[in-house]
Design a protein around this ligand. Structure first.
Ligand code: NAD
Length: 301
């Protein structure tokens, strides 16, 4: 892909992740035309220099790359497929990069439809959260053709720091689910461990500081600690707001369970964790950060 100014990007889905990602493309010099069903999301992106189109299809005129960042499989399938889908309207040499976290089978279905139309498509879900999206430090976990990835690289590098090519179409989604399944389990057990210590009268801050330099060290102890007041910048210290939603983690664990069932794999801890985040949703915390799962064992914590 040649230089940024001559590579117009269409960007569909300007939410918590897509908005800052599109803003970083603008900052790197890419002309960006975006669309979102939500007016506030469009307005925020417009404030960052994104040219807002009237519809998803209207972003496509002249675009050399299309990036989508939508909630789930059904949104991605309905955007791309069918008579009204954008695949029917994309110019032949436009590269498609879907950054949403969706089912691997769904990513393969949309990629196959793109291939049938002679279009190159990558699945490129991300890790790094809203902070990584804003800072342009995301990790892209990519599935698809390596030549397409080389074309995508300058666009991905404007939004992230690490790029991993995992294999063919859908492989990026499988790898993303593996990462999030491990994260979901680690977060739940870290909360449980700190709750156990606190119930024995330990100071959660000192306990976490010890764990953070010991063998249970993880992102959950050091960065997104689930106990309020331990890490000032963690969602737990601001009422579990503004992080990675419980319901998004629940979605990802559901996808991991589906992916395991599809090939007869066993993921006992992943299935248990899916149930914990489902219970946390039932308790009314679906919209809060997923670290609020600790409340299941420490309601007063
Ligand atoms: P979000 O709900 O904030 O944003 C999604 C946006 O898509 C919304 O603004 C919605 O209006 C828009 N949308 C839905 N259907 C549309 C359509 N047909 N056309 C145009 N716009 C449409 O979600 P998010 O947090 O930005 O997450 C997006 C994806 O990234 C999800 O798959 C999520 O699992 C994944 N993800 C999120 C995080 C995180 O920390 N939030 C981290 C890594 C990955």
């Amino acid at each position: 892909m040649s230089d940024a100014a001559s590579t117009p990007v269409a960007f569909i889905g300007l939410g918590n992740m897509g908005g800052p990602m599109a803003a970083n493309l603008r900052r790197a010099g890419f002309p960006v035309r975006g669309f979102d069903l939500s007016e506030p999301a469009c307005k925020q992106a417009a404030d960052q220099g994104v040219d807002i189109a009237e519809s998803a299809r209207a972003t496509l005129a002249g675009a050399k790359v299309l990036v989508s960042m939508l909630p789930a499989s059904r949104h991605v399938e309905s955007l791309y497929l069918g008579e009204d889908g954008v695949l029917a309207a994309i110019e032949k040499d436009t590269l498609i990069i879907d950054c949403s976290t969706i089912a691997p089978a769904s990513a393969q279905k949309v990629a196959a439809a793109a291939t049938a139309r002679g279009l190159a498509m990558l699945d490129a879900p991300v890790s790094g959260g809203t902070a990584g999206a804003a800072a342009g430090t995301l990790t892209f976990i990519v599935g698809g053709d390596s030549k397409a990835l080389e074309r995508a690289r300058p666009v991905l590098e404007a939004m992230g720091r690490n790029i991993f090519h995992m294999g063919d179409a859908g492989a990026g989604q499988v790898a993303k689910l593996c990462n999030n399944m491990a994260l979901g389990v680690i977060m739940a057990v870290t909360g449980e461990a700190i709750a156990l210590g606190a119930a024995h009268g330990l100071d959660p801050k000192t306990l976490s500081a010890m764990m953070a330099v010991s063998t249970s060290r993880s992102w959950a102890t050091e960065v997104c600690n689930p106990w309020p007041g331990v890490i000032e910048t963690a969602p737990a210290s601001r009422g579990y707001t503004g992080g990675f939603g419980n319901d998004l983690m629940l979605k990802d664990l559901g996808l991991a369970v589906e992916a395991a069932m599809g090939i007869g794999a066993t993921i006992p801890l992943g299935e248990l964790a899916r149930n914990l985040y489902a219970l946390n949703r039932t308790a009314g915390r679906g919209g809060l950060d997923f670290s609020s799962v600790v409340k299941l064992v420490a309601p007063e914590g």
